[in-house]
Design a protein around this ligand. Structure first.
Ligand SMILES: Nc1nc2c(ncn2[C@@H]2O[C@H](COP(=O)(O)OP(=O)(O)OP(=O)(O)O)[C@@H](O)[C@H]2O)c(=O)[nH]1
Length: 422
């Protein structure tokens, strides 16, 4: 096993923490720092190599297995900045360590039983979280999802034990309650899978961020509205109808939920090829949106919304004419606070996982869907051997969910999505 290193803090700070992990860690750090401090005690050390002084740094060692990766780990708090990191990295390489691949620390932690795949994914999400609701969900999944999965696996283990008893003993020796309890157990677990799956779209949306699209006729005030929501001039505003020709967007935090709001080309029939393309794109975006803001200036008709997408009808330019229905003026700020509140409410509703263990990644959803399908199939076969077969495949899908059986490619895909230093 190689010894790897990478900075685990972001650029630009006063301090850069460099982590080393692997069997060669302590030998390398000793060569660099002269001596090793007591385990888990921070100690200031001069760093140098072959007479070249490198830095004065705070050094902490974590002997295996009590470390992030489960291997011997050292964390060196260097002075921040490119040159210090470059000089120390260069020396580490000559001493036999190599730069870590993206996600390699977490992958080793997973291999050494420090965290299951769900916890690794949740940790990556926590680090990537940009808003409060994302942070809360990631933190909840770091413990909750993996705990829920542990319970599912235990329930399935008990179901499979009952199933084995049914296979091993001839029918007449076992009371009918055994099979009834077995089937009830399968139904209960299948329904738990269904509950988790039904909360998944909300969790996925929160993890990825929502897409809100502003639709309306030319000059309805869409760009002005986007700029007001963004708090900066993102889209060009003019009184010439057809100013916005391509989708322009901004990411905003609505009550803790990340929302990408897109301003689109005004919807109208037009001879202008570029504007017509803009209108086509506006419609395509609207069809993929999580939520639509349908806007119309006073006295004008609202655009038609694609079916099945929640929307809000909004009168613009309410400073000119008092609106019938809900109206705002992006120019004077009239109604804007209420609009923000309404949008935040819609965002919260779209990302509400209702307290269920939140599956937020396609990989996780696929594993739980496979589990649900196998359990459901187990309910529809009479033959105990075949039923046993389905239960085994449910058990494998759950094992894949936590990474206990992990095809290398899946682990590659998960961990390579992490950044260097995770
Ligand atoms: N009085 C008033 N005028 C507004 C308001 N919002 C927008 N306008 C004006 O309406 C005109 C069109 O505004 P835009 O925001 O460019 O409209 P749009 O819907 O993006 O227009 P297109 O790009 O043509 O689709 C501009 O002259 C704006 O200044 C408002 O709240 N009150």
């Amino acid at each position: 096993m190689s010894t790897i290193f990478a900075p685990i803090t972001g650029r630009g700070g006063a301090v850069t923490v460099l982590r080393l992990s692997g069997p060669g860690t302590f030998g390398i750090v000793q060569a660099l720092a002269g001596s090793l401090p007591a385990p888990r005690r921070a100690s200031l050390r001069p760093l140098g190599h072959e007479g070249r002084r490198l830095d004065e740094a705070l050094l902490v060692t974590f002997p295996a297995p009590h470390s992030f990766t489960g291997e011997d780990v050292a964390e060196i708090s260097l002075h921040g900045g490119r040159a210090v990191l470059a000089a120390v990295s260069e020396v580490l390489a000559t001493l036999g360590a190599r730069p870590a691949e993206p996600g390699e620390f977490s992958r080793r932690a997973h291999q050494n039983g420090k965290m299951d795949l769900l916890q690794a994914e949740a940790m990556a999400d926590l680090i990537a979280a940009e808003t409060e609701a994302q942070r809360a969900m990631a933190l909840e999944s770091m413990t909750g999802l993996s705990a829920a999965c542990l319970i599912w696996r235990e329930e399935l283990r008990q179901i499979m034990a009952r199933q084995e008893a049914l296979i091993d003993f001839p029918d007449e020796d076992l009371p009918p309650e055994v099979e009834a309890a077995l089937l009830a157990g399968i139904i209960a677990l299948r329904d738990e899978m269904r509950a988790a799956l039904s909360a998944a779209p909300a969790a996925e949306r929160l993890r990825e961020g929502l897409e809100f699209v502003i639709l309306g006729a030319p000059n309805a005030g869409k760009s002005t509205l986007l700029n007001a929501l963004a708090g900066e001039e993102i889209a060009i505003v003019s009184d010439i109808p057809g100013t916005t020709r391509d989708a322009v967007g901004v990411r905003v935090d609505l009550g803790g939920v990340p929302v990408h709001i897109t301003d689109t080309a005004g919807l109208r029939e037009t001879e202008d090829v570029i504007e017509a393309e803009g209108v086509k794109r506006a419609k395509a975006r609207a069809a993929r949106a999580d939520f639509l803001l349908l806007v119309a200036a006073p006295g004008e008709a609202f655009p038609e919304a694609p079916k099945g997408i929640p929307c809000l009808r909004l009168r613009t330019k309410a400073d000119l004419t008092p609106a019938e229905g809900f109206g705002v003026s992006a120019r004077t700020g009239l109604g804007m606070a209420e609009l923000r509140a309404k949008l935040a409410e819609a965002a919260a509703e779209l990302t509400d996982t209702k307290g269920a263990a939140a599956l937020a990644r396609p990989r996780q959803i696929a594993c739980v869907r496979d589990t649900e399908a196998a359990l459901d199939a187990a309910l529809h076969v009479e033959d105990p051997e075949l039923r046993g077969e389905e239960l085994r495949s449910a058990s494998q899908a759950l094992a894949r969910l936590v990474g206990i059986i992990g095809v290398e490619e899946i682990l590659d895909a998960v961990f390579s999505g992490f950044c260097i230093g995770k």
